[in-house]
Write a protein that binds this ligand. Structure first.
Ligand code: ZN
Length: 127
């Protein structure tokens, strides 16, 4: 089953690094779990709000520079936050990353404060 990025997702990809957009475009073609982009480029004002609310623990977010995206899983067009869906989406991102030779990091692989919806370009290659 092939999915396509909706207009909402495309709008959220504005200002995101083209290498990461390419990974997203490939991931949606190969994923078995549909997803939507909920956030890409983030303003400093919004980051301050999230930081103040405790939703983010850094002011050095990769979202500020267009190096990160957040996704949400969709099941029959409904937003789902069930954790098991996210490793499935991550598998598609990882395969896309490998195919395009664009290293990425999945927030779900972080040893602490796992962030299942979050994908970013690897800082080692994209500082
Ligand atoms: Zn994020």
């Amino acid at each position: 089953m092939a999915f396509v990025l909706g207009a909402q997702s495309r709008a959220k990809l504005k200002g995101v690094k083209p290498e990461l957009v390419a990974v997203v475009e490939r991931a949606i073609q190969i994923t078995g779990t549909n997803f939507r982009i909920t956030e890409g480029l983030r303003s400093v004002t919004r980051q301050k709000e999230l930081f103040a609310a405790g939703a983010s623990e850094t002011m050095n977010s990769r979202h500020l520079t267009g190096h990160a995206v957040d996704v949400v899983a969709l099941v029959n067009c409904n937003v789902r936050w069930d954790w098991p869906l996210y490793p499935k989406i991550a598998a598609a991102f990882k395969q896309a990353s490998k195919e395009l030779a664009t290293p990425i990091v999945w927030g779900g692989d972080w040893p602490r404060l796992r962030d299942g919806p979050h994908f970013e370009l690897d800082r080692k290659r994209y500082p």
